[in-house]
Structure formats: structure tokens, C-alpha cells
Design a protein around this ligand. Structure first.
Ligand SMILES: Nc1ncnc2c1ncn2[C@@H]1O[C@H](COP(=O)(O)OP(=O)(O)OP(=O)(O)O)[C@@H](O)[C@H]1O
Ligand SMILES: [Mg+2]
Length: 288
């Protein structure tokens, strides 16, 4: 059983009523969209600005959504992907897994993206170069692409992204991908959920890659989510705080603002008295 808040006119107050758990809309971890995504407008606005600026090739920080389990990070990341697509971004949305390294996780998506960019009309050969750099990257990390043939006519770009050190190779790969997108007048959003599963080395490589995107003003942004704080990320990667702070914005998903309960009452719930005390009680009871 789970409880829902209902107004009871006979006591001029509210009452918690036990409900069928099958109908409970809250489902932690699943990332299933709620009936009403309340209290997240400021974060979505921040994401909209980031996407707009990066597309216009103005330097922007990456955004990392942090917060406790079940607070709503995945739902928000999915919503940001929708925003990015609406802004004509090419998006890559992946979920980190406990035992899957970053390189093999991203490589198939980047390969598809680069083939798409290559097929688009326009002058220049940066998409082909991107594919060669990806080929080097895959070779150096000995990534097994399974049965997917890479493209028999693509040779590796020897000397780029093939050192075997992710902190050097990932930035080189991202530069090649972003330059290919720029040539086709596209922007790319890489969205990664469950970032806490990456090793310190992988997180460090991601941050360095994004640092290079900013410095070169390339249209590739990273939007991440995970149970990881800025402090932990700083300690884990050993990066100087100034690099971290200049590269990432940490957005803590926490309790929503008190007025969000009013919005839920107004838009989403039936048979509830919509007065301020009910909203207040609901916000307190659900811990925001
Ligand atoms: N702003 C919101 N308003 C109402 N419900 C929400 C909101 N954000 C998330 N939820 C609901 O909360 C539940 C958990 O959301 P979600 O899976 O996104 O959390 P999470 O932070 O990604 O969890 P985890 O840390 O386990 O991955 C889902 O049922 C979702 O629909
Ligand atoms: Mg999640």
C-alpha cells in the first residue's frame, strides 16, 4: 500500500488514505515520466540557455545533474534530450553501466552519428576524418565492436586518439566529432546517465574533453546525471578545482520549491481542497 493525501471537508483538513500500490505514479530509478514534471522549470531553463549558447558557439559549461536516488535525475535528463532535439541538436543518450567502460559505451553511437554527418549534403571531409579518428580510438582501446563491421574502406587516422590513454584520446575524438558536426552546421548533445559508474580516469577524460570543447568553442555539449557530487568528482579525478568549476555546472536536484505542491494540486489531483495548508502539508509530508 502507499498513501495519498486527500482533503476531508468534515475535519477541515487533510487525511492520508491508503491506495493501491499498482497505481502509485512514483517509481524510483525507472526514469518513467511523471504525470506532472513539477518544480524543475529553473533547471530546464538553464539547460535551454546552455543548448542555445553552445549551438551559437559561445563558450558554455557542461551540466551535471546530481542528487539522491529517486530524486528525478533521469526524468530530467530525458526532458533535456527532448529540448535538445527541438533545438535541432543531434543527441546521444546513454546510460553508464557498472562494468562497461566509457569508450566501448560511446563508440557505437559516435560511429552512427559520424556516418549520418557524412551522408548529409555539404562540402568538406571532416566526417570522414572523424570516422578515421574513431577507428584509431577503437583500435587503441582494443574495443570490440562485435559483429558490426566498421566500414571496410576506413583506415585509422594514425597518431590521433590512439595513444591508449583515455585522457588524451577522448578529447581528440570529441574534437574530431565536434568539428565534423560544425562543418555540417550541426550541434551535438551527449547525455550520459548514471555517471557514478565511471572510473576516476574515465570521469577525468570526460572533463578534459569538455574543457577542450570550450576552449575551441566547438558545438558539442555534455549533459550528465548521477549520484555524484562536485566534491567527490574533484577528489576522484584529482583535477584542480578551477578546471572543474570552469568546465561543469553542478545542478543539485533536491526538494522542489514549496509552491510546486500547489501546482500538483491545481493540475493533477482530484477531490483535494486546493488551499495553502493542504499544499504546505503535502510538501512537508513528501519531503518536497
Ligand atoms: N519533478 C518531478 N515531479 C513529479 N514526479 C517526478 C519528478 N521527477 C521525477 N519524478 C518521479 O520520480 C520517480 C523517480 O524519478 P527518476 O527515475 O528520474 O529518479 P532518478 O533520480 O533518476 O533515480 P535514480 O537515482 O535511482 O536513477 C519517477 O517515478 C518519476 O516519474
Ligand atoms: Mg536515474
Amino acid at each position: 500500500m502507499y498513501t495519498e493525501l486527500y482533503a476531508d471537508p468534515s475535519i477541515h483538513g487533510y487525511k492520508l488514505i491508503e491506495k493501491d500500490p499498482i497505481k502509485n505514479p512514483f517509481s524510483p530509478g525507472a526514469g518513467s515520466p511523471p504525470p506532472e514534471l513539477v518544480g524543475r522549470d529553473p533547471i530546464l531553463e538553464q539547460a535551454r540557455i546552455l543548448l542555445g549558447r553552445a549551438k551559437a558557439k559561445r563558450p558554455e559549461k557542461s551540466m551535471l545533474l546530481t542528487g539522491l536516488r529517486g530524486v528525478g535525475k533521469t526524468v530530467l535528463l530525458n526532458e533535456i534530450e527532448r529540448l535538445a532535439r527541438a533545438e535541432q541538436y543531434r543527441t546521444i543518450l546513454v546510460e553508464a553501466l557498472e562494468d562497461k567502460p566509457l569508450g566501448p559505451l560511446l563508440a557505437p553511437y559516435l560511429r552512427t552519428l559520424l556516418f549520418d554527418l557524412d551522408r548529409m549534403a555539404g562540402a568538406g571531409d571532416k566526417a570522414k576524418r572523424g570516422l578515421r579518428v574513431l577507428r584509431s580510438f577503437i583500435g587503441a582501446l582494443k574495443i570490440n565492436m562485435g559483429d558490426v563491421s566498421f566500414g571496410l574502406d576506413i583506415d585509422p587516422q594514425t597518431g590521433t586518439a590512439d595513444s591508449g590513454d583515455l585522457e588524451i584520446d577522448l578529447p581528440s575524438l570529441f574534437i574530431a566529432v565536434a568539428e565534423a558536426a560544425e562543418e555540417r552546421k550541426c550541434a551535438v548533445a551527449v547525455l550520459i546517465d548514471e555517471l557514478q559508474y565511471f572510473s576516476a580516469k574515465e570521469l577525468g577524460a570526460l572533463i578534459m574533453a569538455m574543457h577542450r570543447m570550450q576552449q575551441l568553442q566547438l558545438p558539442l555539449v555534455l549533459l550528465g546525471a548521477g549520484i555524484i557530487s562536485g566534491t567527490r568528482l574533484g577528489i576522484a579525478t584529482g583535477l584542480v578545482t578551477s578546471v572543474l568549476a570552469a568546465t561543469m555546472t553542478f545542478v543539485r536536484n533536491g526538494r522542489s520549491a514549496p509552491n510546486s505542491a500547489k501546482i500538483v494540486l491545481k493540475r493533477g489531483m482530484k477531490n483535494v481542497s486546493r488551499n495553502a495548508s493542504t499544499a504546505q502539508a503535502m510538501h512537508a509530508r513528501t519531503m518536497g
